[in-house]
Design a protein around this ligand. Structure first.
Ligand code: NAD
Length: 295
């Protein structure tokens, strides 16, 4: 069993770390939030006083942070975590960040002899808890194979998208589609409800018809249609509006860089931006329904 440093124990990192613990690994964890640290330590992890302390003598490192600035700040900032990670150590960077950031950090890691892959995930907090995440990897094949035994403890499907940064490109495409689908599903359910339908009945119909998607199958935005969805918990936990907004921003940047057109992605970005500006940035992204729902 390995000694793993796990940094970033939020809605996703917390349950991912628990699955590595359950698999018998020794976990040394760090998060800026004491409450997140406590949950992991209650389950058997050891808290480090800093990220630098966490990576000391680690066989592998996993990071699960909000955005590019957190990842670049951690690995390349002052102090730079890369200066504290031993040469040859495997690093799985699982946050969703800009492909350029992923490449920049991976290049700096390579220059120090550290093996790094970008391994953003899909599957939501439910998938993180159940250990059924999809990992979308960018980096060297050998490094992915070294990471596979760890990733398999946290996920069910592992894809190699290409070289460093490619995992992020694929993840951004997926999340742009997810943002569009969640807004579209909300729009359809609100239209039905405004015309007198029961949203639960309409959801059951769509789930077995051609409009079905991940939201109607697993993550319904209407409260109390699905007991375990964030919509039934006042949109707490889950995947934050501001994180979705970040991903739609990354999609817009990628489109600009590649001269690609993403009209629906841009529209979705504006919808989530409006929703966030109304004070909903910390709610789960399925709360976009409230933009459509008649009061
Ligand atoms: P979160 O905000 O719940 O957790 C992030 C954690 O990182 C927090 O606990 C925060 O305290 C910690 N943190 C920030 N900077 C840190 C630092 N320098 N050192 C140590 N800890 C630090 O976010 P999340 O929902 O867990 O998402 C994490 C990443 O996974 C994001 O990039 C997100 O886009 C992606 N993601 C989220 C979901 C989801 O459903 N929530 C699904 C797939 C991917």
């Amino acid at each position: 069993m390995s000694r793993i440093a796990f940094i970033g124990l939020g809605n996703m990192g917390g349950p991912m770390a628990l699955n590595l613990l359950k698999a018998g690994h020794e976990l040394v964890v760090f998060d800026l939030a004491a409450s997140a640290l406590k949950l992991a330590c209650d389950a058997g992890a050891t808290a480090a006083a800093s990220a630098q302390e966490a990576v000391k003598d680690a066989d592998a490192v996993v990071t699960m942070l909000p955005a590019s600035r957190h990842v670049e700040g951690l690995y390349l900032g002052n102090p730079a975590l890369l200066d504290h990670i031993a040469s040859g150590t495997l690093v799985m960077e699982c946050s969703t960040i800009a492909p350029e950031s992923a490449r920049k950090v991976a290049e700096a890691a390579r220059a120090k002899g550290v093996r790094m892959i970008d391994a953003p995930v899909s599957g939501g907090t439910g998938g993180a808890v159940a250990g059924t995440l999809t990992f979308i990897v960018g980096g060297e094949t050998d490094d992915l194979e070294a990471a596979r035994p760890y990733l398999e403890k946290m996920g069910k499907s592992i894809f190699h998208a290409g070289a460093a940064g490619a995992g992020q490109v694929a993840k951004i495409c997926n999340n742009m589609l997810l943002g569009i689908l969640m807004a579209g599903t909300s729009e359809a359910l609100a239209l039905g409800a405004a015309n007198g339908l029961d949203p639960k009945v309409l959801s059951d119909i769509i789930a077995k018809s051609s409009g079905r998607n991940w939201a109607t199958e697993l993550y319904n935005p209407w409260p109390n249609v699905m007991e375990h969805a964030p919509a039934s918990k006042n949109y707490a936990g889950g995947f934050g509006v501001d994180l979705m907004l970040k991903d739609l921003g990354l999609a817009a940047e990628s489109a600009l860089n590649a001269r690609a057109s993403v009209p629906l992605g841009e529209l979705a970005r504006n919808l989530y931006s409006l929703h966030s500006a109304q004070g909903n940035g910390g709610l789960d992204f399925s709360s976009i329904l409230n933009l459509y729902k008649k009061r």
